[in-house]
Design a protein around this ligand. Structure first.
Ligand code: NAD
Length: 490
């Protein structure tokens, strides 16, 4: 199926308290197509006053009980309906991800959209399974006591997401928050508001009561206003480690609860006994999918010395063959990066690698195209652990590669980072694979694959990659408070 011509999306305003409205100052922000740099549309640009209004709307709807007091089965039905509506709107949503986020059409339609639907269906199933426990009490002697725990929704939550997977990131937060009974304010990134606004409309259509989901596109100031709003009980933030640190500092003022899904510099470790062709294919996808703008991108490659050059040559060959082009072209395998500024940033990283002595195997510069923001798939070899390209998240299609001589050295190199989001190990030796998985300091380890997502599997980082988890039952718990009740019986 060819990408539909992206038409102007129906939703260009803020969603606050169940109403579509302009920003308080009537400000608008131009939304850009990164494939050619053209303006797609102007979208209402929220202000800090809008953030306050959205937070209040969420807090009021939470207090009213309009959503949290529905039966769990009723909430489940609504979330299931959201999933159905996402599927019914698949082409429109995929077109927005393609046009606004630069996500290749086949990946948007075949990956992002079904995955977002699956997320709502997965958490629909959890609505009826949020359970406490009864407790056996010993402290009151022979008196009789009944004690139990409850999982309660935490309150009004601020959900702040980045631009690299706007629909899926929003779904990963909205679905568990709603399943738990929370009310929400979603703040999409200023670059990519369109699919979030469309999703807001689908949530209303599915029967989410007014005020339970508010959607306010805006920049970091709007995010900061939400984070500091007294109406917000919890912040769930996905973005860079630098911004995550600011969010945490703000939350610390009144000890607001916070989940942080931050940056990564994930290692991909290939032992000589692996299926090398599969490893080459996996490593190429791990760094070039979505032009490397993936938090778990396999951006550091460590290959055992005897297969190092073969692995590099294989990845370089794939890089040269990759069809890089406009995201809406169904033949495109790698689309643009999000903006001109981000492209410059990626190139600056590559230049630093070059200056510090890395060998450029393939790529190494932006494509010279008349319009759009395109980076060449790039492999930097023979890097050193102290280099910026090894330590800093580049968030582009740039791989930093190094060889290793032993299991111990591979592990040491893989763990030599301030991040700890994910990693993968490639080997046919089951003992080596699981020992490596145990010793790697990362929240998610893949064996003989990389970047496979699943709603059931918790996702989140060690160290400076974040706090807390998304997805799975663990992701649901992030939106709950645990209450203990103790009743003295006569
Ligand atoms: P960013 O931190 O610049 O922005 C993320 C979001 O935070 C945006 O909506 C932005 O408007 C908002 N924001 C900016 N300043 C803020 C502030 N002071 N207070 C509150 N909100 C603020 O990140 P980015 O560059 O847009 O996104 C890329 C980053 O996201 C990468 O580091 C990537 O690894 C990370 N990421 C992590 C995960 C994960 O699950 N761990 C997933 C996707 C992306």
């Amino acid at each position: 199926m060819a990408a539909p011509a992206a038409s102007a999306p129906a939703y260009r305003q803020l969603l606050v308290d169940g109403q579509w409205r302009p920003s308080s100052t009537r400000a608008e922000r131009a939304v850009i197509d990164p494939s050619d740099g053209s303006h797609i549309i102007e979208v209402a640009d929220a202000t800090t006053a809008d953030a306050a209004a959205a937070a209040k709307s969420a807090a009021d709807s939470f207090a009213s009980g309009a959503w949290r007091r529905l039966t769990p089965a009723a909430r489940a039905k609504v979330l299931w309906r959201v999933a159905d509506l996402i599927e019914a709107n698949a082409a429109a949503l995929a077109s927005l991800e393609t046009r606004n986020g630069g996500k290749p059409w086949t990946a948007a339609l075949g990956g992002e959209v079904p995955f977002a639907a699956e997320c709502f269906r997965y958490y629909a199933g959890w609505c009826t399974k949020l359970e406490g426990r009864s407790k056996s009490i010993s402290s009151v002697g022979t008196a009789r006591m009944h004690s139990y725990t409850r999982l309660e929704p935490i309150g009004a939550v601020a959900l702040i997401v980045p631009w690299n997977g706007p629909l899926v990131q929003a779904s990963w937060k909205l679905a568990p928050a709603l399943a738990a009974g929370c009310s929400c304010v979603l703040k999409p990134d200023e670059h990519t508001p369109l699919s979030a606004l469309h999703l807001g409309a689908l949530l209303l259509e599915a029967g989410v009561p007014p005020g339970v989901v508010n959607v306010i596109p805006g920049d970091g100031r709007v995010g900061a206003a939400l984070v500091s709003s007294p109406d917000i009980a919890k912040v769930s933030f996905t973005g860079s480690t630098a911004t995550g640190r600011k969010v945490l500092a703000e939350c610390s003022n009144d000890l607001r609860k916070v989940t942080l899904e931050l940056g990564g510099k994930s290692p991909l470790v290939v032992f000589a006994d692996a299926d090398i062709e599969r490893a080459i294919d996996g490593a190429s996808r791990a760094i070039f999918d979505n032009a490397g703008q993936v938090c778990v991108a396999g951006s550091r490659l460590y290959a055992e010395a005897s297969v190092y050059e073969r692995v590099l040559a294989g990845i370089a060959e794939r890089a040269q063959k990759l069809r890089v082009g406009p995201a809406s072209d169904p033949d495109t395998e790698m689309g643009p990066v999000i903006s001109a500024a981000h492209l410059r940033n990626i190139c600056a990283h590559v230049d630093s690698g070059r200056r510090q002595g890395a060998r450029i195997v393939v790529g190494g510069a932006a494509f010279d195209r008349r319009s759009g923001f395109y980076m060449q798939p790039t492999v930097l070899a023979d890097v050193q652990p102290t280099m910026q390209v090894v330590q800093e998240e580049i968030f582009g299609p740039v791989l930093a590669a190094q060889s290793f001589a032993s299991f111990h050295e591979a592990l040491q190199l893989a763990n030599d980072t301030r991040y700890g989001l994910a990693g993968s190990v490639w080997t046919d030796d089951i003992n080596k694979a699981h020992t490596f998985a145990e010793e790697l300091r990362a929240g998610l380890v893949w064996i003989n694959c990389h970047g496979v997502p699943d709603m059931a599997v918790p996702f989140g980082g060690y160290r400076q990659s974040g706090w807390g988890r998304e997805n799975g039952y663990e992701g649901l718990l992030e939106y709950t408070e645990h209450k203990s009740v103790m009743a003295m019986l006569r």
